[in-house]
Write a protein that binds this ligand. Structure first.
Ligand SMILES: [Zn+2]
Length: 428
């Protein structure tokens, strides 16, 4: 995921009055809300009923999925398991060149598709214990919410639809996709969006648990690796030779202390992984650092990158100038390890309306915000897309203390189901 931006966007639709208290009673009788009409359909009522009765089963599937590790570039086992689950939900399953788990529920109009995607991968490296433990009502385990909550919610929605036999206009595609986190560079969703192409009418990325937001704006981001190399040597006999770690440290200090970070557009940088050197008494011949830039405005990322390159150039030059011996120079190289384009959902889009109608019907209160998720790719191409949570409560994402509580998780699934049916259209 998907650590959401702290500042909700100023989308005027986000401030609508649908307080959790009283919203249900007031809105459920509102004949203007198409979701109210939908929910009265006996087949859809059956699907909603399935969700109400099977939240516990969904949580069990969430635990099973979370206990299958899916570090970056190694999502095959979880993809295979998810395909089996989607098949049991009556979907026509397959995989693709990226390794996504795909289940299709055909509609009357097969040239119109709504895609629901939840990422399979986690940020945790290979070997991280995947066992889920319980502490009271709380489930603990790396990936339990991000994205166990999203994957299991999608499965629940597929099962609920299957229990109801409701016929839709659009084809609904359920996907467990690869490569959302870190250096996966969104390769799973890129493949899906490319394949469905013009047929795609809307994309809903289900990521994490929270139901109090709708991410409608995709944060642009760029990830780079900087590599500084040099001659290396012995810490005593070659003392005075230029040191790549020191050069890079100079660059990081210069960048972090001199770059001006604007409040608007909100932007961020992070030096996330540093690696280099061989022993305490060797001058290293190589050091690398991985950097993450994010901004509400893609142009700002270009400015940050230029400032970083300048800081690296100055860091290397400073270290060379300070070197007392050695004629070999330090070299700096750059490698782009990921880019996520930005984009924004139109405030009056059908997708936004559908999720708001579902929220109104369910008495759920949510605000719009920005984040960096699978929705970035469709949004950058002008395809309506949002990212929302699957339901329940969660915390500690991307840490070993990650937790999930299934409290009222039905709400998240009902919200997705109703919004999807409004967009896809119901056929009699
Ligand atoms: Zn996530």
């Amino acid at each position: 995921m998907a650590i959401p931006s702290l500042s909700p966007s100023l989308n005027p639709l986000s401030g609508r009055a649908n307080a959790a208290n009283g919203g249900v009673a007031r809105r459920q009788g509102d004949a203007q809300n198409p979701v109210d009409m939908l929910a009265r359909d006996p087949e859809i009522a059956k699907a909603l009923n399935w969700i109400g009765k099977n939240a516990g089963w969904v949580t069990e599937q969430q635990i099973k999925l979370t206990e299958i590790p899916a570090p970056k570039f190694a999502e095959e086992a979880k993809s295979a398991a998810y395909q089996k689950m989607l098949e049991a939900a009556g979907l026509k399953i397959r995989t693709d060149s990226a390794g996504n788990a795909i289940g299709e529920r055909e509609g009357a109009d097969s040239d119109q598709v709504i895609l629901l995607a939840a990422h399979l991968d986690t940020v945790f490296p290979e070997g991280t214990p995947a066992k889920v433990t319980r502490k009271g009502s709380r489930l603990l385990g790396p990936g339990i919410a991000d994205n166990g909550a999203g994957l299991s919610a999608l499965l629940g929605v597929a099962m609920a639809l299957n229990s109801s036999k409701v016929k839709t206009g659009m084809t609904i595609v359920f996907a467990g996709d690869v490569g959302e986190e870190g250096e996966g560079n969104l390769r799973g969703i890129r493949t899906l969006v490319q394949e469905y192409g013009k047929r795609l009418q809307a994309v809903i990325a289900v990521d994490g648990a929270a139901v109090d937001y709708v991410a409608t704006q995709a944060l642009a981001s760029k990830r780079m690796e900087i590599i500084v190399t040099g001659p290396g040597g012995h810490s005593w006999t070659d003392f005075g030779s230029p040191n790549p770690i020191t050069a890079l440290s100079r660059a990081i200090v210069q960048f972090s202390t001199s770059v001006e970070m604007p409040i608007t557009p909100r932007s961020s940088f992070n030096f996330g992984v540093i690696d280099g050197g061989t022993s305490v008494n060797s001058i290293p011949n190589r050091v690398t650092v991985k950097v993450d830039f994010r901004s509400e405005d893609e142009a700002e990322i270009g400015r940050l990158e230029t400032a970083l390159r300048e800081a690296v150039r100055a860091g290397v030059a400073g270290e060379m100038a300070a070197a007392k011996r050695g004629t070999e120079s330090l070299q700096a190289h750059y490698k782009v390890i990921g880019t996520r384009p930005g984009g924004k959902l139109a405030a009056d889009s059908v997708l936004m309306k559908a999720i708001q109608n579902a929220d109104d019907y369910l008495g759920n209160s949510s605000h719009t915000q920005q984040s960096s998720t699978d929705a970035n790719i469709p949004l950058s191409l002008g395809i309506p897309a949002i990212s929302i949570g699957g339901g329940g409560l969660a915390g500690g994402a991307h840490s070993l203390e990650e937790w999930y509580e299934p409290e009222n998780r039905e709400l998240g699934m009902k919200r997705i189901l109703l919004a999807v049916l409004e967009i896809a259209g119901v056929r009699k």
